[in-house]
Design a protein around this ligand. Sequence first.
Ligand SMILES: Nc1ncnc2c1ncn2[C@@H]1O[C@H](COP(=O)(O)OP(=O)(O)OP(=O)(O)O)[C@@H](O)[C@H]1O
Ligand SMILES: [Mg+2]
Length: 298
Amino acid sequence: MTPHVLETDFEDLKLLKRGKVRDIYDLDDALLMVATDRMSAFDVVMDDPIPGKGIILTQISLFWFDVMKSLVPNHVISSDVTEYPAVCRPYAEKLRGRSMLVRKAEPLSIECVVRGYISGSGWKSYQETNSVCGIDLPDGLKESDKLPEPLFTPSTKAEIGLHDMNIDFDEAVRMVGKDIAEKVKQLSLAIYNKGTEISDQKGIIIADTKFEFGIIDNEIILIDEVLTPDSSRFWPKETYAPGGPQKSYDKQYLRDYLGTIEWNKEPPPPPLPDTIVQKTYQKYKEALTQLTGRDDVL
Ligand SMILES: Nc1ncnc2c1ncn2[C@@H]1O[C@H](COP(=O)(O)OP(=O)(O)OP(=O)(O)O)[C@@H](O)[C@H]1O
Ligand SMILES: [Mg+2]
């Protein structure tokens, strides 16, 4: 049985923020990002963990940070717990595999979304306006269709509880300045293209994704997480069929199960049967193995 981490509470460290999945600690010079085994669906965090999920998410991000380092510098200092500052040492057991020590950056106020396929809020916008983030699209696209080319469709960062808001490129320019907006657009498309070239060969469609960039000493660096199932839509290539929503690579069993029970998609979440936990875990593991060829994690 894999030891699970539902929530961390490292008493000698300063908790900066608890996201739906990650706990972030402020170590003054650096940040400690810890991916827990929390799982959310329909924006509600389940009470039951998916043991080992946080390790897999961290390993997927580390894989991509490394692949992309020829395109853009990133925030990773180390993921080797023995290299972390001494204050982290008491928590080494929990941190191993699921954490990263990262450089503290000034995050840009925009989220850099790239869409290769039309889905989610992009599909909604297309139905209403034939465009996404001010970019006109051809007539006759079906839901989940591949776009003629990947689009940079930035959004603002939502306050807690609200949804991110799509913006057009001019608005992004107003928010971060022309030079930075153009640079992160070019970087986002380059990272997405390189990532999907790899994932495509491994049977995974990355339909869309969100990158975050930050500034350190006037340099733009890639921060947060990269091309994970949490920051992207992963679809299995095998069952891809445009003309409707696609099954999510990682959340399909959980969403299917939640559809079979009486639950109004508001907290509190229902308990999860063990089979759903196991199947979900297997999908995360499969994603890591398929993408990286690694079979050594758990
Ligand atoms: N290197 C970094 N320097 C500074 N801030 C960072 C760095 N990397 C990530 N961040 C910030 O840390 C936060 C990560 O939060 P997290 O993803 O855990 O929660 P969230 O995005 O608010 O919610 P959700 O659970 O929906 O993802 C983001 O605000 C991101 O901008
Ligand atoms: Mg996030």
